[in-house]
Design a protein. Structure first.
Length: 590
C-alpha cells in the first residue's frame, strides 16, 4: 500500500543508503535496542548507558527512552550529537553506547546514524514521521529471538539477514549486475550503474581516468592513498553493500586488473575492491526474483532514498515517489507523457526525458521496471510505502538548467549531467576534474589524462588524428556562485604554460608535460566551471598576451553540448579548436 501523508517535521532524514558500517553482529545489537526483552536492551538500560553517558549529556533522557512503553525511540536519542573536536567526543546516544568503537567503548553520532539507517533499510525497524521515532518490526523481533549471544552469527540469524538483504533494492541491483553475464566488476563499474546517476549524491569516480591517474602516482604511498580515498558516493554504497554480501556468502571480493590505453601507451592497475557473485548469491537472487517455486520477495523502499544531497532533494524525492505510485498502481504499460500529465496535476513540472531518467534511476536503485521506448511496465512488489508530501515544492534554477540541457542530449549519456551539480560544489573538485577529463577523453575522442596534485595542472588532453594536432592544459573549478578567475589562478595557469614551453626539469621535476604526445607543437589552455563571473575575460586576455598562447573559459553546459554534437557527428575536434581557441571571446561557449 502506498500512503501519501503531510510532512510533520523538517528533519529530512537520509534513509535508504548506508556508507560506513559493516559489522553484522553490531547490526543485530542495534536492532535489539528496540526489543525490551532482549539481553542487549537490558544491558543498555541497567548498565551501559549509566557507565558511558554523563548526566549533563542526557543520561536520564536516554534511560527514560529505553523504559518507554510502547518502546518507540526518537532519532535524536538513538544517534546523539557531535562533539568538536572529534577527538574529545563523549557518548550521548543509545546506538553510540550499543556499539563498541575501534579505540573507545562507543561510536560517534555519524556511524550511529548509519547503523540506524541500516536497520531501517533492512526492515528491522520502522519510522514514524509524526514523532520522528523508531520501533521494532516483526522481522526485527524475529532477529532478536534468534540472537545466539555469540560473536559469530548463528545459521538462523544469517538466514534472517539474507532475507532482509534481499528485500533491500540496491542489494538486488548489485547481485543482478554481478550475475554471470557480467561476472567480475569493480566498485566503480557497479557504482556507475547504482542509483540516480547524473546528480549529486550518486556520483561515481570515472574508472579509466582513475587508472591513468594511479599509473602516474609518484610513490606507492600516494597510490595507496588514491585507492583508499578516491571514490564517489555511489562507489561507497557499492563497496559497502558488497561487503555485507560478502559476509553473507553471496559475493566474493576478488581483485581485478584493469587496462586503459591512451595513445600508444597502456596503463594497467589492480583494483582490489572488485566483486563476483557466488553460487549461493545466484540462488538468493533467483529466490528474490520469484523464480522457480519461490514467491517474489517484497522490497522495502523509502521516500528518502530517492534523492540524497541535491539542493532539490525534496522536489526530486516527491517527483520520483509519485512516479512509483503511478507505475505500481497501474496494471498495464504507462507512457512517459501520461506520467508527465499526472505529475502536472500534483503541481510538479517534468518533461518526458526527465521521467525516463527517473525511471532508469529507479531501475538502477533495484526496482524491476521494464522500459519499451517511452513506455514503462511495473513488474515488482513493494512493502508499504509512505510518501510524506512536503507543503511547498519548488524546482531550483539549477534543476531547470539540467532539464534544459537534458533535452539536447540524445546521444551523450545523461550520467554526465552530474557535471552540472559537481561544477557548483566546491567539496567535489577532484571528482569534477576527473569527470570532465572522462567526458573529453571517453566521449569526445581526445587522448589525455587527469593529473592534479602538487605543481601539476588538473589535466591535459591532445589530438593525434588531425592534420594539425594540438594539446590543451586544463584547469577545472567548482564554485557555488560562479568562477571569477582570480589573478592567483591565472598566474598558476601561466606557470604551467611556461613550464610546458621550456620543459626544464630543474624548474619542475615531475615533468608533467611529458604526458603530451611528442608530436604536439600547438598548445592551448582551458578553464572549465559552471559559469564565469567578474572580469574573467580581462584575465584571459592578459594570460594570452603574456604567454602568446590562446585559451578559453568554457561553461560546463556548453561542454556537454559540444560532446553531444561530436557524438552526433555534427562537430569534431578541429571545430572545437576553431571555436574555443581562436582568441575571440564572443564565440559561443566562451
Amino acid at each position: 500500500m502506498i500512503s501519501v501523508i503531510p510532512t510533520y517535521n523538517n528533519n529530512f532524514r537520509a534513509f535508504g543508503w548506508v556508507q560506513d558500517p559493516s559489522n553484522l553482529r553490531s547490526l543485530c545489537n542495534v536492532v535489539a535496542i528496540f526489543d525490551s526483552n532482549s539481553e542487549k536492551h537490558k544491558e543498555l538500560l541497567n548498565k551501559t548507558v549509566s557507565q558511558l553517558v554523563l548526566e549533563e549529556d542526557g543520561r536520564a533522557d536516554l534511560i527514560a527512552a529505553l523504559k518507554a512503553k510502547p518502546l518507540k525511540i526518537k532519532f535524536s536519542h538513538l544517534t546523539g550529537t557531535a562533539f568538536y573536536p572529534r577527538s574529545q567526543s563523549r557518548c550521548n546516544g543509545i546506538v553510540q553506547a550499543a556499539v563498541k568503537g575501534q579505540s573507545r567503548p562507543f561510536i560517534g553520532d555519524w556511524p550511529a546514524d548509519n547503523f540506524v539507517r541500516w536497520a531501517h533499510c533492512f526492515g528491522f525497524i520502522k519510522y514514524d514521521y509524526k514523532t520522528d521515532a523508531f520501533e521494532i518490526t516483526p522481522s526485527g523481533l524475529e532477529l532478536c529471538k534468534a540472537n545466539s549471544g555469540e560473536a559469530d552469527l548463528s545459521l538462523c540469524e544469517k538466514k534472517l539477514l539474507i532475507n532482509a538483504a534481499l528485500a533491500y533494492p540496491p542489494v538486488i541491483r548489485i547481485l543482478t549486475l554481478l550475475s554471470p553475464e557480467n561476472a567480475h566488476l569493480t566498485k566503480f563499474e557497479i557504482g556507475r550503474q547504482l542509483g540516480f546517476v547524473g546528480e549529486a549524491g550518486f556520483t561515481s569516480m570515472p574508472q579509466n581516468p582513475f587508472i591513468r591517474a594511479l599509473s602516474g602516482a609518484e610513490s606507492a604511498k600516494e597510490k595507496n592513498a588514491m585507492k583508499a580515498d578516491w571514490e564517489g558516493s555511489s562507489d561507497k554504497y557499492a563497496r559497502m553493500i558488497s561487503k555485507w554480501l560478502e559476509k553473507l556468502g553471496l559475493v566474493e571480493q576478488i581483485a581485478k586488473t584493469v587496462t586503459v590505453r591512451v595513445g600508444n601507451s597502456e596503463y594497467s592497475e589492480s583494483i582490489g575492491q572488485s566483486y563476483m557473485i557466488t553460487a549461493q548469491g545466484i540462488t538468493a537472487l533467483n529466490k528474490a526474483l520469484g523464480k522457480s517455486r519461490h514467491a517474489r520477495i517484497s522490497k522495502n523502499i523509502f521516500y528518502e532514498m530517492l534523492a540524497t544531497k541535491n539542493s532539490d532533494r525534496e522536489f526530486l524525492r516527491t517527483r520520483r515517489a509519485l512516479i512509483i505510485k503511478q507505475l505500481s498502481e497501474s496494471k498495464k504499460e504507462v507512457a512517459a507523457d501520461a506520467i508527465v500529465s499526472y505529475l502536472d496535476t500534483q503541481n510538479i513540472s517534468a518533461t518526458p526525458g526527465t521521467v525516463c531518467d527517473d525511471v532508469q534511476g529507479l531501475i538502477n536503485m533495484g526496482l524491476d521496471i521494464k522500459i519499451n521506448g517511452n513506455y514503462f511496465k511495473w513488474n515488482d512488489v513493494i512493502n508499504d510505502f509512505v510518501i510524506p508530501l512536503p507543503q511547498k515544492l519548488a524546482k531550483s534554477q539549477l534543476e531547470y538548467f539540467k532539464d534544459k540541457i537534458r533535452k539536447d542530449l540524445e546521444n551523450l549519456s545523461h550520467e554526465y549531467l552530474a557535471l552540472i551539480d559537481l561544477s557548483y560544489d566546491s567539496k567535489q573538485n577532484r571528482l569534477f576534474e576527473m569527470k570532465t577529463i572522462e567526458l573529453l577523453t571517453e566521449e569526445c575522442g581526445y587522448n589525455g589524462l587527469h593529473l592534479g596534485g602538487s605543481r601539476r595542472p588538473d589535466g591535459i588532453i591532445y589530438t593525434t588524428e588531425l592534420t594539425d594536432n594540438y594539446g590543451v592544459i586544463i584547469d577545472t573549478k567548482a564554485y557555488s556562485g560562479g568562477y571569477n578567475l582570480p589573478i592567483s589562478q591565472a598566474d598558476e595557469m601561466e606557470r604551467y604554460i611556461r613550464e610546458n614551453q621550456s620543459r626544464d626539469a630543474t624548474i619542475n621535476s615531475n615533468k608533467w608535460w611529458k604526458n603530451f604526445d611528442e608530436s604536439i607543437c600547438q598548445f592551448y589552455f582551458m578553464f572549465v566551471s559552471g559559469h564565469f563571473i567578474g572580469n574573467y575575460k580581462s584575465q584571459l586576455k592578459r594570460l594570452m598576451n603574456s604567454t602568446k598562447t590562446n585559451g578559453a573559459a568554457v561553461r560546463i553546459g556548453e561542454l556537454l553540448v559540444c560532446a553531444e554534437k561530436i557524438k552526433a557527428n555534427e562537430s569534431d575536434l578541429k571545430k572545437i579548436a576553431d571555436n574555443y581557441f581562436s582568441g575571440n571571446f564572443d564565440v559561443k561557449g566562451t
